[in-house]
Write a protein that binds this ligand. Sequence first.
Ligand code: GLU
Length: 273
Amino acid sequence: MSERKPMGALINGARKIVIKIGSNTLAKSDGIINGVFMDDFAAQVAGLMATGKQIVLVSSGAQVAGLSTLDRWSRRRDIHYRQALCAIGQVELMGRWRSSFRRKGIHIGQLLLTKEDFADDLRTLNMRNTLFTLLDEGVVPIINENDSVTVDEIRIGDNDNLSALTAILWNAELLILFSDIDGVYTGNPKTDPAAALIPSVEDIGALRSAISMGETNPFGSGGMATKLEAAEKVTGYGIPLLLANGGTPRALSALMEGSGRGTIFWPGIPRPL
Ligand code: GLU
């Protein structure tokens, strides 16, 4: 079992951190990319980097950025249109991230990855080398799935799992998933006033059987199933995962200062057979 530190100490003690930001955190309720949030978030990342930390971002939002750019396509659902939307939106997304980080004098680099990249030793080695080189140069790598070239059968499918694979690839010391939920609750916080946030999880299997994972799961659209999969992946490699609400003001800084809320999944849990 690893040492159980409070949340602030956990973040302060981690030098290599992967942070995943979900589409719902990046987009406002009207589907428009939230530039104010991105500027603020980039400033918080710059603050962490100034203390000697290295940060890798996994940013969703290609599809939503594509939709808000070309809203006339919003009703088309077939794979080719969704891939085209991602091709358009990825450029918008990265353009926005670039301007947010430029305000802090930080360059960004883009890595678009697929499931096959993680299954191939040579590609994995090249991804690692690129990541390490970018970080050594003080550049923030921003990763997304290469949505325009992957179809359902060969895609990772969600950035929770992509960020977990990234954290393992890079030997990160912490993975933070910023979502539109505060963490894991004992019930549905929207309908059950007695629902309480679970601050710490040591046994993901027990948690899974204790909470509802169905379509009516209490955790909004965030998709708890993929978050638990990500937690299982990284904790099996000794990496803690912190699930928190990215939409709260100064979310990252608040977590560091110990005033933020979230659920920590601790490593040391046996992986399921
Ligand atoms: N790669 C997708 C996008 O950028 C997001 C996947 C996810 O949110 O899990 O739109």
